[in-house]
Design a protein around this ligand. Structure first.
Ligand SMILES: NC(=O)C1=CN([C@@H]2O[C@H](COP(=O)(O)OP(=O)(O)OC[C@H]3O[C@@H](n4cnc5c(N)ncnc54)[C@H](O)[C@@H]3O)[C@@H](O)[C@H]2O)C=CC1
Ligand SMILES: O=C(CO)COP(=O)(O)O
Length: 319
């Protein structure tokens, strides 16, 4: 199968490596002038992996789209809308499936990424999401994991799972696209909260964070029309180890560095997702106390210890 990966950062370069590793014919695209692409062109390496010579590297979007049977997109979530417009301008076969290997919600609208795709391209655009736990560093070292692929088109979900399954990644067929997209995006917010607990020497509270974080999300997902139990699957709770506990997690690191007063330069999707989730919280009338606490610390610059104390002082509730 011919696989094109659009976006050549940490996760896009992993997807190219993985598709090649399991025997596909791979093209990896990066923006003209992209530092990530330049580094790969010069050395075929980045800080995470080495790409074999069999992977074609290009900055020609039209050629990358024309070369594809399946197109995987992995860029920052907030860039997806403008990028979808670029895809439309470049043109692609109407049957080409797009797989979003990204976790986020649109800041300012709270929209899911498959919604953004449908709004900017034809509503009938074939789109799926590929999410769940996994770090490049672990996969490259041969450590397997379980992930989930979901789409509104069940046939597409099955086709993609068949195409990408391997001993390194065991896939599950996602049954609730809405719950999976919201859950995948929201786990990054919980990751930031976990990093804040680490930074504040309150790591023992991560168990409570897991229980109450998944709970608040399950209420939101149900209010939006998804299935509350999806939150307890791979896209959200299943990603907690890789995000709330892993030293590789950008979101966890962002939270810890924020508390310790260090700038974090890499992409932490949870920052924008916090804002998007609070829009959804208002729209659907669902309280999201942990998300609101993360927002208060990052965006409203409130004192973390004060915010945490107030979380503890909330009125007692049934579990
Ligand atoms: N287990 C999983 O499913 C994982 C998912 N991710 C997700 O993958 C996505 C990407 O994350 P990373 O690779 O860590 O970020 P990154 O910052 O390393 O890479 C993003 C790439 O997108 C490119 N890009 C940004 N805006 C663009 C635009 N408008 N047009 C074209 N290219 C653009 C950047 O140049 C960069 O090369 C995120 O949504 C993240 O949550 C990341 C790691 C693991
Ligand atoms: O999604 C991920 C792990 O499953 C990557 O998480 P970070 O973006 O926090 O590193």
């Amino acid at each position: 199968m011919k696989i094109t990966v659009l976006g050549c950062g940490r996760w896009g370069s992993f997807h190219a490596w993985y598709a090649d590793h399991i025997g596909h014919d791979v093209t990896l695209w990066g923006r003209p002038g992209s530092q990530h692409l330049q580094e790969l062109l010069e050395t075929r390496k980045n800080e995470y992996l080495s790409l074999p010579a069999s992977i074609s590297l290009t900055s020609d979007l039209k050629a990358a789209l024309d070369a594809a049977d399946i197109c995987i997109i992995s860029i920052s979530a907030q860039q997806l809308r403008s990028f979808a417009r670029q895809l439309k301008a470049a043109g692609f076969a109407p049957s080409l499936p797009f797989v979003l290997a990204m976790k986020g919600l649109e800041e300012g609208s709270g929209k899911r990424l498959t919604t953004v795709m449908a709004e900017e391209l034809e509503p009938a655009v074939r789109t799926a999401v590929w999410v769940g736990p996994g770090h490049v560093q672990d996969f490259i070292s041969g450590m397997p994991n379980c992930m989930v692929i979901a789409s509104a088109d069940e046939g597409l979900t099955h086709f993609l799972v068949d195409t990408f399954t391997s001993p390194l990644i065991r896939f599950y067929y996602g049954q609730d696209l809405l719950g999976i997209e919201i859950g995948a995006a929201a786990k990054n917010v919980m990751g930031i909260a976990a990093g804040m607990l680490d930074g504040a020497h309150l790591t023992s509270l991560k168990g409570a964070l897991m229980a109450r974080g998944a709970h608040e999300l399950s209420v939101l997902v149900a209010a939006m029309g998804g299935q509350a139990m999806t939150v307890y699957g791979l896209s959200h709770l299943g990603d907690y180890e890789a995000t709330l506990f892993s030293l590789h997690s950008n979101n966890r690191r962002f939270g810890q560095d924020f508390i310790e007063g260090r700038p974090f330069k890499k992409l932490a999707e949870g920052v924008s997702t916090t804002e998007a989730l609070l829009d959804l919280s208002q729209k659907y009338g669902v309280e999201l106390p942990i998300t609101a606490a993360v927002h208060a610390i990052i965006k409203e610059k409130k004192d973390p210890h004060e915010v945490l104390k107030n979380l503890f002082l909330r009125s007692t509730k049934c579990e």
